[in-house]
Design a binder for this molecule. Sequence first.
Ligand code: DCC
Length: 239
Amino acid sequence: MNSPLPHHSATRTTAEQPDEEGVHRQRTAIAALGHEVRALVDATVRTTAAPDALLRVAEGVRGLAAQLTGRRARAEIPVVDEFPGGARMYSPVTGTGSPLAPPLKVTRLDGGVAGTCALGLAHEGPPGYGHGGISAMLLDESMGWACATAGMPGMTVSLQMRYQRPVPLEARLRVLAHVTGTEGRKVYVAGSITTEEDPSTVLAAAEGVFVSPDPEHARALFPGLRAPGGSDGGTAVGR
Ligand SMILES: CCCCCCCCCCCC(=O)SCCNC(=O)CCNC(=O)[C@H](O)C(C)(C)COP(=O)(O)OP(=O)(O)OC[C@H]1O[C@@H](n2cnc3c(N)ncnc32)[C@H](O)[C@@H]1OP(=O)(O)O
């Protein structure tokens, strides 16, 4: 699992809740498929193959996609997820099941979180370097985790980025985030990206404001979210 932070396993209601072993098997399989599709994405943006080969592969991929049956509804929280504050298998940032995710692995630090990942050619902005939007995504997500770790899961209302050096592709990166203050439902957070090799040179930095929605707003935004036990329809957030 990619998100070893505290989670709320009872915050979601589903008609068919698999047992712990079933969830583990499903997550393992989701991560295995995510890994292979990420490799496919990498090969897709790296290849120099001729048009005939590209068209042949396109046909094969269409056939594979047709085997992925079932369809999760837009606001449905996957049975393998723990939201908020836990595993998000299909997150475009941390999700081991997402071909879009680097994926970023987040761990708790004293006073914040640290994330590690490497970006690939699929995340390119300037040739050889990461796209600025991808850096913002890594920071936004890590800062969101810092809020959750501080007990105030929230949504970004402001994110100010500073791009100081280009972020190299194919280098191990370290993303740090910590809460700098709170004011009512507002959480102030700061974050930075460096390489693991040179942690003293900040490549990109961000300051953000996150807001914990009040319970009524959270219920409206996330209808799949329920309080532990699910009886009162309340939420585990918005405190
Ligand atoms: C369940 C959790 C799940 C948490 C889920 C976590 C998933 C993590 C994902 C990573 C993070 C994301 O990408 S989140 C996705 C991107 N963000 C969004 O889509 C958020 C869109 N915004 C919204 O939906 C809304 O703004 C909410 C729900 C966040 C808050 O609405 P609200 O509850 O009505 O809050 P509102 O009264 O307007 O504002 C609350 C306080 O914040 C201040 N405020 C508002 N905007 C700003 C701002 N830009 N800069 C400074 N301060 C601001 C207000 O002045 C007010 O201060 P005062 O008067 O109280 O002093």
